[in-house]
Write a protein that binds this ligand. Sequence first.
Ligand SMILES: Cc1cc2nc3c(=O)[nH]c(=O)nc-3n(C[C@H](O)[C@H](O)[C@H](O)COP(=O)(O)OP(=O)(O)OC[C@H]3O[C@@H](n4cnc5c(N)ncnc54)[C@H](O)[C@@H]3O)c2cc1C
Length: 376
Amino acid sequence: MNSRYDLIVVGAGMLGLAHAYHAAKRGLSVLVVEGGNRACGASVQNFGMLAKIAQAPGTGLDRAVRTEECWHDLAAEAGIELNSCGCLFVATADEEMDVLRAFMETETALNQDLRLLDPGGLMACAPAVHTDTLIGGLWSPAAVKVDQRSAMEKLAAWLSRQHRIAFLFSTRVQAIDAPNVETARGGFHADRIVVCAGDDFETLFPEAFANSGVRRCHLRMLRTVPQPQDWHLGPFVLGGLSMARYHSFQQCAGIDELKQYLADRYPACLEHGIHVIACQEIDGSVTIGDSHHHGEPVSSEQSDTVDQLILDYLAERLTLADARIAERWTGHYASLADTDCLILEPQAGVRLVTMTNGQGMTHGFAVAEETIELLL
Ligand SMILES: Cc1cc2nc3c(=O)[nH]c(=O)nc-3n(C[C@H](O)[C@H](O)[C@H](O)COP(=O)(O)OP(=O)(O)OC[C@H]3O[C@@H](n4cnc5c(N)ncnc54)[C@H](O)[C@@H]3O)c2cc1C
């Protein structure tokens, strides 16, 4: 292994690998140093949702479109599963349906193939949803799910094979004094260093972290046992809590009425920052989440309450064939209000790149492309 590279990337999560990809495409020699024996942060804890539908027009939507393009460019070669399963927002109340109707007129919607559905249409998209209590929904047939559980490992293997990117796993970066990068396996050198350590950049640059205002956001997640083979969820399924949360819905007529309705109907969900997404994995299990607690994670006594709120909300909208929960975890990412992405330069030649909007799978390739462009 060489000790000198054009670029050293710290972290082999979505952001680290995306930087390595764009740098290698521009002909740079790249070393990626990862503390775990594989990516072990938010990039393997998420839903794998490429959430184009959640983006407000402008930078957010542009980055989502570009990132999805990159996923499509490399997925087949890298052996990564991209499932165009679609995304379904379901409505139980008039306030939700009003916002969905208004959403159809927004720029985000006009740039995508979206359809309003009646209960019969819902049934055709996702047979498990409750067509007796749901009054309609919004269907995005092209929405894509990445197989988040295997994507990072496959992407790293492909980058190593195809782009000759060097990887050092199970090796934490201990200190950076550009151009030197200190690890337990010795020192490495690069004129450009990109730190994509997720929410862990305070270890390397405590001062930059302290001054940034970034806080850790903790998210409760659950996964069922694999469902029977003849049961298919189909798309991502979301409800009104997600409409109230996503940027793309914020300008819709009726959004304030929807927020008031949710405050009256689901106060405990709002208290825990819950908005519910369900999606089915390749092995048939269903991933369900999530809540948002900033700063400290929810206490172990309270986590059962939060999990139950998430499950109850979902159960009002669809019935799982087998509701047994096989896995529970608390995911985490860096968060900073009203900021999609934080890019700091703590030393000349060093960039700290951290997604702060919880949408790195959706924005990551585009953000990395922009950073590499700037570094060059
Ligand atoms: C529960 C949950 C659900 C989410 N759902 C979605 C979704 O559906 N769609 C979406 O777009 N986004 C989603 N996100 C957000 C998305 O997962 C993150 O924005 C993205 O994964 C961040 O990637 P990253 O590479 O910056 O960080 P991470 O994935 O956290 O990777 C950081 C890596 O750096 C390594 N590292 C840290 N410090 C060092 C060091 N000193 N030396 C060496 N290695 C180090 C860590 O081991 C880790 O592997 C979700 C996040 C969570 C937590």
